[in-house]
Design a protein around this ligand. Structure first.
Ligand SMILES: Nc1ncnc2c1ncn2[C@@H]1O[C@H](COP(=O)(O)OP(=O)(O)OP(=O)(O)O)[C@@H](O)[C@H]1O
Length: 95
């Protein structure tokens, strides 16, 4: 199962320009501090309670993260890291 790190993503990545946005996510270019490598950081809003219609359901997201983690294929984007704070989850993806 994928590990959702409780650390602050900004301790490990510099957050850069916005690359795009979707229904629940904003995607930004991020730079790994340790290596200088660029990645895409997908900042996802998580639903706070079952009654709310805003944000993603965390269990659905867990399933998707597990699938991304399990698959390594040239046509499927690589998932490098997952960070979690109270209100959002950040997926660090291949740019
Ligand atoms: N790995 C990535 N590298 C570069 N840009 C990306 C990457 N992932 C997403 N983007 C950009 O961010 C935008 C939003 O991505 P996201 O995956 O949130 O949304 P979507 O699949 O287009 O929409 P939806 O909310 O319907 O799922 C994309 O349209 C693309 O421009």
């Amino acid at each position: 199962m994928a590990v959702f790190k409780p650390e602050n993503v900004e301790d490990f990545y510099e957050i850069g320009e916005v690359l795009g946005s979707g229904h629940f996510a904003q995607v930004r270019k991020v730079r790994e501090r340790a290596t200088g490598t660029y990645w895409a950081g997908k900042f996802l809003k998580i639903r706070k309670n079952t009654c709310s219609r805003l944000g993603l359901d965390r269990s659905r997201l867990e399933e998707e993260v597990d699938i991304l983690h399990a698959i390594q294929h040239p046509n499927i984007i690589t998932l490098k890291d997952v960070f979690e704070s109270r209100a959002e989850v950040v997926l660090v993806l291949e740019l």
